[in-house]
Structures are given as structure tokens and as C-alpha cells.
Design a protein around this ligand. Structure first.
Ligand SMILES: [Zn+2]
Length: 215
């Protein structure tokens, strides 16, 4: 595997160069995964500072509604088979975890910066959510593999990350890319290939940002 080969499918990539900020990205010709050149990735201290700028609490109606929309697609249709859940990458305030608890699920949280205790290590879950997580991952395949390991058979892996627009020109002017902590970008096809590689099944996508897989 060459340095800039796709981190999901090992396929060949083409370079997308941001001349203004001097950042290179690589777009996979097969699975459409885009990833930032490792030299441009910000160090963890800056990453945490950036997360703390967000106003992510139960009082922020827009933020709560975003999760309610997510749950309509990714959780509610499967609620009958869910008793236990892990919110992986919960962030500084566990809004989604609270909403999941309100459904009657037993919920654990994990976040490398804000809830670092790895409670999940000895457990498996009926549902794992990873919202606004995958765009921050340097090695999404590895993380997806870890999450699969902690899913019960028939369990749901529900991911939310904004799908990129597809072509290099639209990607270059895309606002979502401007957050310096966003380093990995996906399309439904990317998750389909990722699922095949890991032996997961795709249950559904929405048009915008939701991907639901099962084990
Ligand atoms: Zn690929």
C-alpha cells in the first residue's frame, strides 16, 4: 500500500489541493473517501480547544433537534431490539446519551477527551452511536472495526457525519471542510465499501448525513 492509497479500500487516490491554506486532500476513485494529508492534521490540544467552542447542551434547541432527527432514522425503527447503547465520542455534554436514556435504554458514554474511561471495553451493545465523530478520525476503518467488536450480533451501528458533495470542485468550496479538525469525509458508497470490508451490513442511509449498519 502506497502512502496516499485509500485508508478504507486501499484503492488509488487523486489529490485535491487547497492552494489558499496549503492543505492536500486525497479522494479515492473507488469508494469516494476523502482524507486530509497527515502533515496538515492539527495536534490534539488544538482539537480539544475547538470542541470546547461548541455550544452543545440540552438548552441548545437546534442541537437537540439535530439528534431527534438522527434518532428518527437511525434509532427509532430499531428500538424494539435495543436495550443497551454506547454513545461513542459523546463530546463535552452528553445530549444524545440523555435522549437515548429517555427511550429507556441503558447508556454508556465514551469520549477520548471528555469521558475517557473505557467502560465499553468489557461489554457489547445493541446500539452504538457515533455522531460527529467519523469526520475527526485519522483511521476510520480501525475505529469501525473496534465498534464492530463491541456490537452484539444483530446490533446497530448508527453513524452521523455530513456526506461530502462528491467531486473535487464542490469539495474545495464546501463549508464543512473549513473546520480544521475535520479530516475524513464520506459518501454512502464509502460506508458500503467499509461495511463489506468489515463484514457488516448496510441497513439504510439518508440523503444527508446518516448511515446505519448492522452486525
Ligand atoms: Zn477507497
Amino acid at each position: 500500500m502506497k502512502k496516499n492509497d485509500c485508508k478504507i479500500c486501499s484503492g488509488a487516490t487523486v489529490i485535491i489541493r487547497d492552494k489558499k491554506f496549503q492543505i492536500d486532500y486525497y479522494l479515492c476513485s473507488d469508494c469516494e473517501f476523502i482524507f486530509m494529508d497527515e502533515a496538515a492534521i492539527v495536534p490534539p490540544e488544538q482539537e480539544v480547544a475547538r470542541y470546547k467552542e461548541h455550544n452543545n447542551s440540552m438548552e441548545n434547541e437546534g442541537y437537540v433537534n439535530m439528534f431527534k432527527e438522527f434518532m428518527k432514522v437511525a434509532v427509532d425503527p430499531y428500538a424494539e431490539r435495543i436495550k443497551t447503547a454506547l454513545d461513542f465520542g459523546c463530546g463535552p455534554s452528553p445530549v444524545l446519551a440523555t435522549l437515548l436514556q429517555q427511550k429507556g435504554f441503558q447508556v454508556d458514554t465514551y469520549d477520548p477527551y471528555f469521558a475517557p474511561e473505557k467502560t465499553y471495553e468489557t461489554k457489547c451493545y445493541d446500539l452504538i452511536t457515533a455522531t460527529e465523530v467519523f469526520e475527526h478520525l485519522q483511521d476510520p476503518l480501525q475505529t469501525a472495526k473496534l465498534l464492530k467488536k463491541h456490537l452484539n450480533s444483530g446490533g446497530i451501528l448508527a453513524i452521523m457525519t455530513l456526506f461530502h458533495p462528491g467531486d473535487a470542485a464542490s469539495f474545495s468550496s464546501w463549508w464543512y471542510r473549513r473546520d480544521s479538525t475535520h479530516i475524513s469525509f464520506f459518501r454512502p458508497r464509502t460506508f458500503t465499501v467499509l461495511a463489506e470490508r468489515l463484514g457488516l451490513k448496510v441497513l439504510t442511509f439518508d440523503r444527508k448525513n446518516v448511515c446505519v449498519l448492522t452486525k
